[in-house]
Design a protein around this ligand. Structure first.
Ligand SMILES: Cc1ncc(COP(=O)(O)O)c(C=O)c1O
Length: 428
């Protein structure tokens, strides 16, 4: 196989006819496969289902003298705050344990910022003429949706192999209208990259013009290596504190990809001043979160060391799937030289750059052949990929046999869309 760029027009035409046939073959199979969202597979959920029996009697429902079944402890059971402090290398007093979704708490932070302001806000953000959010992309679509929902202006910051383009970030935060940046620092969604120490230090040392500029440090994949051992990660809270920015960061994590997705526990870690401020605010909307679930989780997961053992179980299911993705792309696409993709060692996604100008077309071709991918462009602010080339692959949900088929379809669609473009064909 030669790269498409080295082929003559008749050779490209022959390739096109070949891929058309392959596409028709896939289409005839009437597939219905999904690689759209980062959901754990049933096998993973089964592996951790012993959690269902950790609380069996009323006596099991106590954290010391605190009855988890009753109201109280809005910031979380002491054992749950200590659990997350162990995971994130911070102090229990810097942890607020929430309900089943960290995204819910991120939304709440933005919501309160708009209605009441943050700890250092001069006024609620709804009173600002313009509020701007920095959005490193490709990034997590739901982060960008929250900003869009509140009418913030979303600013695209390109991702590099070491994290967001920090020169741009440092420049943009000089604008007092820039209030927030959203990042996934480890095994980023969707690129799978982990921020370098230098990038992390530059985050902690930002000198924003807005007194209430905040970093949403969404550490959703902090324990989620599927290849190799766990790599410790710098604690952003301490780094911000040392840099004189103790209240600038809100870190989030959850057990959605450790126990049950949407049925786990979440946490927000921030300075003690921020935790106090938000405990006061959350107290207006909530008497307490589900502490029974918090206790169930702490009894099952125990501590960081034991949680990492459980993550090895997840890795045994995840790793073969990511190998399928890499094998297909390396075999079918790499020699043709028109696309590139990431090679993560953890997290839930692979970010694929198709031939520029073809991502939407690839998505449609896949859809018509029964394979659903995350919408093309979804990983960019306003769902607009300036080069129309990025696709997010989420291989966790389908079993390996289905994933093989889905990747077979995706590879044919990548080739077809590229050939259509090179040959100036109308869509088939
Ligand atoms: C980066 C990131 N943050 C947050 C979430 C959602 O987490 P939770 O279930 O805790 O709301 C996801 C889910 O895919 C994610 O990828």
């Amino acid at each position: 196989m030669a790269p498409y760029s080295c082929m003559t027009k008749p050779q490209l035409e022959a390739e096109y006819q070949k891929e058309l046939e392959a596409y028709a073959h896939w289409k005839a199979q009437g597939l219905n496969l999904n690689m759209a969202r980062g959901k754990p597979a049933k096998k993973q959920l089964d592996l951790v289902s012993d959690i269902l029996t950790t609380l069996q009697t009323p006596e099991d429902c106590f954290d010391g003298s605190i009855d988890a079944r009753n109201y109280g402890e809005l910031a979380g059971l002491p054992c749950a705050r200590a659990y997350w402090a162990d995971i994130l290398n911070c102090k229990p007093g810097q942890v607020f344990v929430g309900g089943a979704a960290s995204l819910n708490m991120m939304f709440d932070i933005v919501s309160r910022a708009y209605t009441h302001g943050l700890l250092h806000s001069d006024r609620p953000w709804c009173k600002e003429e313009t509020v701007k959010f920095l959005c490193p992309a490709p990034g997590y679509d739901r982060h960008f949706q929250i900003g869009e929902f509140y009418g913030a202006e979303l600013i695209y910051i390109p991702m590099t192999e070491t994290g967001p383009d920090m020169d741009m970030v440092e420049e943009y935060v000089k604008d007092p209208q820039v209030k927030m940046i959203w990042v996934v620092p480890k095994f980023s969604n969707p690129t799978g990259i982990t921020f370098s120490d230098e990038t992390i230090a530059r985050f902690a040392n930002l000198k924003p013009a807005a007194p209430d500029f905040s970093i949403i440090w969404d550490n959703a994949y902090s324990l989620h290596e599927f290849e190799g051992d766990y790599t410790p990660f710098p604690d952003i809270l301490t780094l911000c504190e040392k840099a004189g920015n103790p209240d600038m960061v809100f870190e989030f994590a959850s057990t959605s990809k450790i126990t049950f997705a949407g049925g786990g526990i979440s946490c927000m870690a921030a300075s003690e001043a921020n935790i106090e401020y938000f405990t006061g605010i959350f107290g207006v909307q909530m008497i307490s979160y589900d502490k029974v679930n918090q206790l169930r989780h702490v009894k099952y997961l125990q501590n960081k060391a034991h949680t990492l053992e459980i993550m090895k179980l997840h890795a045994s299911v995840m790793a073969p799937k990511f190998r399928v993705v890499a094998d297909y792309l390396n075999r079918e696409i790499r020699p043709l030289g028109f696309a590139s993709w990431t090679d993560p060692k953890g997290g839930y996604f692979v970010s694929l750059d198709a031939m520029p100008g073809t991502a939407k077309r690839v998505w449609t071709l896949c859809k018509e052949a029964g394979v659903t991918l995350t919408n093309a462009g979804a990983s960019f602010p306003y769902r607009f990929d300036p080069q129309d080339r990025n696709l997010r692959i989420a291989p966790s949900l389908p079993p390996v046999e289905e994933l093989e088929k889905a990747m077979g379809v995706l590879c044919v669609c990548l080739k077809l869309a590229a050939l259509e473009k090179l040959l100036g064909k109308d869509a088939i």
